[in-house]
Design a protein around this ligand. Structure first.
Ligand SMILES: Cc1ncc(COP(=O)(O)O)c(C=O)c1O
Length: 487
């Protein structure tokens, strides 16, 4: 019987299709501004994805045709210059190609002595340098900010528990451990605390001041109270750029408290950490280098394609101790493929890991790190431009200070209370999305529903914010006038 393979019979046909894909995708990216940000997916297309499992080959061309017709036209929208929802980055053309190269080489970054390891190590060294961490610190590329926080908080818990938590588990704790962060802290930290078995009650959500920064006096009072009540405060989470408003906690004050109280200092800098690249914004992250662990993303404000984030840990040994486990079949050898300086699987949850580092390495080499700093500064200036547009209209209200790249505002209408304005603005946002003109997201600022514009987009131009404001005013007035049947 003839043996089979998944390689093509006709390599030229595969090569031609590959060239066609590159051609199509370059055109798709080049012309993105001419299309809608988003469009609803027709039922026929949704039904297409309910077809039965293909048992027999459909072939190369049909498969690609299905992609062109049923997948490519219905994206999330984040590659578009007027997408500013949640905190979602844009990606780049070279990033797309780097993903192809990485998949072509298809290494497994668990460990071993192969070149991808050295690429990831170099990228991590660059990050240590940028964030002011010592060269002896360790790091790991992960899927994103959520995983980066989980890795950092795991090291925090294990290092500060005071007993061998990997062996004995939480059952052995004589005191309940507590972790502190502002009420604006991203939900991924709470998820991590829950996954670590501490329970969400162990996460003390501290109030914020009017700048949405953690209230330091309240934090100190909570820690003292917990100590008096026989809890064990182990960690403070500092925010470098909160999800709602882009606020920065006073990281130096948090680091001081951690030093005084022998607590771990974890910083969630998912996107805000990158303010460090802009000479004008750098002071916002002052103290970030004092973190014991730092989480940040590359797929947000470094504009790299999904997925990639990073955790840095100041003391490598504590990082390794939290995750390393080497059964016989994973023993590191002194020579050969199983060798290498270290194995990344000793520093995180994953054993098998992809070559995420390549798109990061290529992206930074292509443009140089200074350009990223300029783009970040550009996004922050665009946020200030939008603030001015909002403030110059009596029908719009700015709902929170804008220290960084996130603008929260709403449409106002005479005689409507907050609850009615919330309904109106919710509807307005849905209209905006459905129009395909622009895509902010939403949040609550206190009791007020906000249209939330988070700018981590290297394709946005000032004119895009003019279009946004014009459209918000148009839709708002139409809604108030009952044109859409809204009363
Ligand atoms: C401050 C902050 N932390 C963590 C996360 C989670 O990151 P990811 O979506 O990459 O898992 C986000 C996501 O927006 C965030 O803004």
């Amino acid at each position: 019987m003839e043996e089979e393979t998944l390689d093509p019979i006709d390599w030229n046909q595969m090569k031609d299709l590959g060239c066609q894909m590159v051609e199509d995708m370059m055109k798709y990216l080049e012309s993105v501004r001419e299309r809608s940000v988003w469009q609803p997916i027709p039922k026929t297309v949704k039904d297409f994805f309910k077809k039965p499992l293909p048992e027999d080959p459909e072939g190369l061309n049909k498969t690609y045709q299905d992609f062109l017709e049923n997948i490519l036209p219905y994206p999330l929208g984040n590659i578009h210059p007027r997408f500013w929802g949640w905190v979602i980055g844009t990606g780049t053309p070279l990033g797309m190609l780097a993903e192809m190269l990485a998949a072509g080489m298809n290494p497994n970054l668990a460990g071993g002595d192969h070149i991808a390891f050295y690429v990831e190590s170099q990228v991590i060294d660059w990050f240590k340098e940028i964030m002011g961490f010592p060269s002896t610190a360790s790091g790991l590329l992960v899927s994103g900010g959520s995983m980066a926080n989980l890795v950092g908080l795991t090291v925090a818990r294990n290092s500060k528990a005071g007993f061998d938590i990997r062996k004995h588990g939480l059952q052995a704790a004589s005191q309940k451990m507590t972790i502190y962060g502002s009420e604006e802290t991203h939900s991924s930290n709470q998820k991590a605390i829950e996954l670590l078995g501490l329970g969400s009650d162990a996460f003390r959500k501290i109030p914020v001041n009017e700048e949405f920064q953690i209230d330091i006096e309240s934090l100190k009072a909570h820690i003292s109270e917990d100590q008096e009540n026989d809890y064990h405060p182990i960690c403070i989470i500092g925010n470098a750029g909160t999800i709602n408003t882009g606020a920065f906690d006073d990281l130096n004050s948090l680091a001081n408290i951690c030093e005084q109280e022998d607590m771990w200092f974890h910083v969630d800098g998912a996107f805000g950490a990158w303010a460090i690249l802009s000479p004008k914004l750098k002071s916002l992250v002052s103290g970030i280098n004092r973190a014991d662990s730092l989480a940040f993303d590359l797929h947000k404000w470094m504009y790299m394609p999904y997925e990639v984030g990073c955790t840095l840990v100041k003391k490598e040994e504590e990082h390794r101790q939290a995750f390393s486990l080497t059964p016989d079949y994973l023993t590191h050898t002194l020579r050969g493929i199983g060798g290498g300086e270290k194995w990344f699987s000793d520093y995180g949850v994953q054993l098998s890991r992809g070559f995420r580092a390549l798109k990061v390495w290529m992206g930074i080499k292509e443009h140089g790190i200074r350009k990223y700093g300029r783009l970040i500064q550009q996004n922050v200036e665009q946020a200030q431009y939008l603030v001015k547009l909002v403030q110059s209209s009596s029908e719009l209200e700015l709902l929170a200070p804008v220290p960084l790249n996130i603008v929260c505002f709403r449409f106002l209408a005479d005689g409507l209370d907050d609850s009615s304005l919330n309904d109106l603005n919710k509807e307005l946002l849905l209209r905006l999305h459905e129009s395909g003109i622009a895509a902010p997201s939403y949040t609550m600022i206190g009791d007020k529903y906000a249209l939330r514009v988070a700018i981590t987009n290297h394709r946005s131009r000032r004119e895009d914010f003019d279009i946004l404001v014009k459209t918000v005013l148009k839709f708002g007035k139409e809604l108030v006038g009952g044109k859409y049947g809204y009363e």
